[in-house]
Design a protein around this ligand. Structure first.
Ligand code: LLP
Length: 371
């Protein structure tokens, strides 16, 4: 296969889905959706859909793709801070399960579009819980300063508004505090916040059946070999123990990274090894156009030379071919002796890898293989 390309390990994906399934107990009122924005690969998505999971989408394109790969429309939720009229119409016409609504003007537009199509649609309101996920600032979403969701003080009036509108049916609340949360105890404050808000709703006599806690469970980027499967047990038990649910309520989850992150690897060929004055550079044929996470968030990815020439390690700066100095995958990384033509594996690249690739520098998009 021509490098650079993504490889998805379907066996590991299967094992990850098994672990996730086992961590949800029979009497848990939990519904898991796959946040499809993390990885669109057909085989990956089909395997997830075939297990009966729902999907979390943020665009018309994602909804279309979900339907193509076998997710059922009623198990699809549509989130996203800037839904277009076309996207809303498409989602309504396909009969998706619920809109996660980000603000009141959007609620009005959904009501109007549903009216034009002669339908009534389920809506949940995204509430900004002002809970800190303690993750990278660019992937934190649940703080008051973020663009996402409706402020808690405005929750009741927004629900009252929804109740008055003819073509929307208020079913509940949606939250998402951020992504790559490794310490699952950080979800406990979210549960407490939801409990407080539920008390408020009870006081107002508002019936809520749908509580969507978003996604965010992180993966171990530093040791993908040691921890190929995330801590689903710990994650679900925080919600099992922390949420005070009312009769008939279902808790929805939107997990992306935790489902697909570890099963993906970006393979890349070493084009040149350059001895600089102060350091040694490995120049790969993959760049930030193929995997942008390091350049964009300063993320760490585990890197292996799959064709090593010695067992002694030396420090290398692993860089890409793009004409920008941010095109660096690692600095001073200890790796075995490397030569032109070696194949490097950049691990934990299944989530937010290929989906964020670009053609900058007139490059091809990286290939994909799933097996
Ligand atoms: N639900 C909502 C409303 C979201 O915004 C996201 C992710 C998810 C669920 C899924 O989150 P996950 O379970 O994957 O953490 N490109 C960044 C991550 C951006 C996440 C955006 N929202 C990265 O490469 O780290």
């Amino acid at each position: 296969m021509k490098t650079p390309y993504y490889h998805y390990d379907l066996k590991l994906l299967g094992a990850t889905l098994d672990a996730m399934g086992q961590a949800v107990r029979e009497d848990d009122p939990f519904v898991v959706h796959y946040a499809i924005k993390a990885c669109y690969n057909d085989a990956v998505c089909r395997m997830i859909a075939s297990r009966g999971y729902g999907a979390d989408c943020v665009s018309e394109g994602e909804i279309k793709h979900c339907l193509e790969v076998g997710f059922k429309p009623e198990n699809i939720v549509f989130a996203g801070v800037g839904k277009t009229d076309e996207g809303i119409d498409y989602a309504i016409s396909q009969g998706i399960g619920c809109f996660n609504v980000e603000n009141v003007p959007e609620l009005e537009v959904i009501n109007e579009r549903a009216g034009l199509l002669g339908k009534t649609v389920n809506v949940a309101l995204r509430i900004n819980p002002d809970v800190d996920a303690h993750t990278h600032e660019k992937i934190t979403t649940g703080l008051n300063e973020n663009k996402f969701g409706i402020a808690m003080e405005d929750m009741v009036s927004a629900i009252r508004k929804a109740e008055k509108l003819e073509h929307v049916n208020y079913i509940g609340l949606h939250f998402h505090i951020g992504s790559q949360v490794l310490d699952v105890s950080l979800f406990a404050p979210l549960c407490e916040r939801i409990n407080e808000l539920q008390d408020m709703l009870d006081g107002e006599g508002i019936k809520t059946t749908y509580i969507n806690v978003g996604g965010g469970l992180g993966i171990d980027y530093e040791d993908p070999n040691g921890h190929p499967i995330p801590d689903f047990e710990g994650y679900f038990s925080v919600f099992r123990n922390g949420l005070k649910l009312r009769a008939g309520q279902k808790v929805h989850f939107e997990l992306g990274r935790a489902v697909v992150g570890q099963c993906g690897t970006l393979y890349s060929k070493v084009l040149y090894v350059k001895q600089g004055h102060e350091k040694k550079f490995v120049i790969l044929d993959a760049g930030f156009t193929d995997l942008v996470r390091v350049a964009m968030y300063g993320s760490y990815h585990y890197i292996e030379n799959t064709t090593p020439h010695s067992t002694t390690l030396e420090p290398y700066d692993v860089v890409g071919p793009i004409c920008e100095s941010s095109d660096v995958f690692a600095e001073g990384r200890m790796l075995p002796a490397t030569e032109r033509g070696d194949i490097y594996a950049i691990r934990s690249a299944g989530a937010y890898g290929h989906v964020m690739a670009s053609t900058y520098n007139y490059r091809d998009l990286p290939g994909e293989v799933a097996e």
